[in-house]
Write a protein that binds this ligand. Sequence first.
Ligand code: SAH
Length: 347
Amino acid sequence: MQSLYDFNYEQIQDLAKSYGWKGFRGHQIFQWLYRNRVNSIDEMSNLSKETREILKQDFIVSPLHLVRKQVSHDGTTKYLFALEDGALVESVMMLFDYGKSICVTTQVGCNMGCAFCASGLTKKKRNLTSGEMVAQFLYVQKELDKTQDRLSHIVVMGTGEPFDNYENVMNFLSTVNHDRGLGIGSRHITISTCGIVPRIYDFANEHTQYNLAISLHAPNNELRDQLMPVNHAYPLEELMKALDYYCQENNRRLTFEYILLKGVNDSTNQAHQLAKLLRGYNAYVNLIPYNAVDEKGFKGVTHQEAMVFYDTLMKDGIRCTIRKEHGNDIDAACGQLRIKELKRGQN
Ligand code: SAH
């Protein structure tokens, strides 16, 4: 059954009107879902019993069921959820000094096939609906409600390629961003893409204030072709051209993500090459410690080695940070908890 979370603020008013109700009913439903954060239609007590019965015939509230939860010593919490059709997805809640952030999954499996990533170990089965993404956020927020705490940030960096599920991702973000509901500020939302060029143009044209992060991981086409099959379709020249357009249309700083893989993309030469590629952009590089994936055979670098790469970039005038590791004691790499559960099911 369809979830009420699938509808953003405007759509839920249209939905109300489609039943012959006033748009205001839609506003009330939205408030129940996102301000009061009810778990059922029955709790929407200022709607008449008749209205609630009609809604219950066609809609549910949340399409998620918790399967497993792991809490790390640093507070990072990983959730494994089953969707209505039994498909498994993961979400991660991370603690930062600026607040709490949730990493949201956008697809069941992933078709991008990045050589180092666990998510691509199973092909994409389907896109998540926007309601299934909203539900990940709300599940975690409802847990935090118990201690009057809140999620302040969203990173769209879980399993899946958000720009391969563009409409639903944008719909999800418009719901969580809406100031009559959860009101997560645009600048606290980051979408990460492996570089689906046509969608970067679409995104640039939307003029949202969401942050854009690009998974780069290689400073030249030869290596990027090997690590990220998407580079065959959209090589670096095309990617950078799309990003030029994005920067021209949006006065926003870009993030480039770069996982340091030992002996693969971590040489000083490659750091110089990367600096050359990114010179002139209003951007910074986020150097990511690699979460080893058993099946993939890549190795991460030590902190010292990461610092050498970092220093080279900084000396070349490129701003960068080394991402802090979160929850490395709890199957932290993207998609690992799900893969483990799928294997458990096979045995
Ligand atoms: N498909 C999107 C978003 C999901 S992946 C994208 O490619 O950006 C989110 C980030 O995690 C990407 O930068 C991805 O390359 C990175 N990532 C994937 N596997 C990882 C691993 N094992 N360790 C560290 N980062 C990983």
